[in-house]
Design a protein around this ligand. Structure first.
Ligand SMILES: [Zn+2]
Ligand SMILES: [Zn+2]
Length: 246
């Protein structure tokens, strides 16, 4: 199927915005069809995006969907599927800035909580191989990475934003060992903020919103891997519905 003008407008908007939540994607879908007087069916967003993806795939691009790890809100992002390097960032950041971002990613990937403290990040700014960054330059860089929506900061701890995870998934899966790459046992996406089975022989991890969905109809909460009682509290998370995708 050929791309209509509505599809093209949708792609252009996604190129500018990078990531939108489900509500905004639905509004954009409607807007694109109406502006170009194309047939619009409100519950056909998925098909609309499939048509777009069939044309983008030969160019190694794709509109990918993913739920936020905090509240399960669905997001849509335009990503580079062949992204085994930090290509998307390389035009905006200098070599030593990218090196510090990689160090931050290393800290996040090797931490149980999938976060990196500002102290640890700033300490590694001293020993960069490309060119070392001063403490204040590194602090500015962290602010920029948050502003550009690659990192999220909470009380001095940094984690990856939803957009970053969507964009960096091929890179992360290429660069890190299987034991370091945590995957949710329910949705099979990368898992950073998640619940972990207490059985030391079991590797099951589940996102908080996925745990809510998975255990909802189960009379007893048992691990889907080892069948031991699930040790974590499973609570409904409130959807923020906000524009920011944290
Ligand atoms: Zn999940
Ligand atoms: Zn288990």
């Amino acid at each position: 199927m050929a791309l209509g003008e509505g599809h093209q407008r949708f792609i252009q908007t996604m190129m500018v915005r990078g990531i939108v939540n489900e509500q905004d994607a639905k509004t954009l879908h409607r807007h694109c069809c109406e502006v170009h007087r194309e047939h619009y069916v409100s519950d056909k967003l998925e098909e609309f995006i499939q048509v777009i993806n069939s044309k983008l795939e030969p160019m190694n691009m794709r509109i990918r969907t993913r739920s936020s790890e905090d509240d399960g809100t669905q997001y849509f992002a335009l990503v580079n599927t062949a992204n085994t390097e930090l290509t998307r960032m390389s035009s905006d950041y200098a070599d030593n800035e990218l090196e510090l971002f990689r160090r931050t990613l290393d800290l996040i990937m090797t931490s149980d909580s999938s976060t990196a403290s500002s102290t640890d990040i700033l300490n590694s700014a001293d020993s960069l191989q490309t060119r070392k960054l001063t403490k204040s330059a590194a602090e500015c860089l962290l602010k920029r990475l948050v502003f550009d929506d690659w990192l999220v900061e909470k009380r001095g701890d940094y984690s990856l934003s939803t957009r970053c995870v969507m964009e960096m998934e091929p890179y992360i899966r290429t660069m890190y060992d299987e034991e370091q790459v945590k995957v949710c046992s329910v949705c099979h996406c990368l898992a950073f903020k998640c619940q972990i089975c207490a059985n030391p022989l079991c590797t099951v991890k589940i996102h908080y919103p996925c745990a809510v969905k998975y255990f909802k109809k189960k009379p007893i909460q048992k691990c889907p891997g080892c069948s031991e009682l699930w040790p974590n509290k499973v609570r409904e998370c409130r959807q923020s519905g906000s524009q920011r995708h944290r």
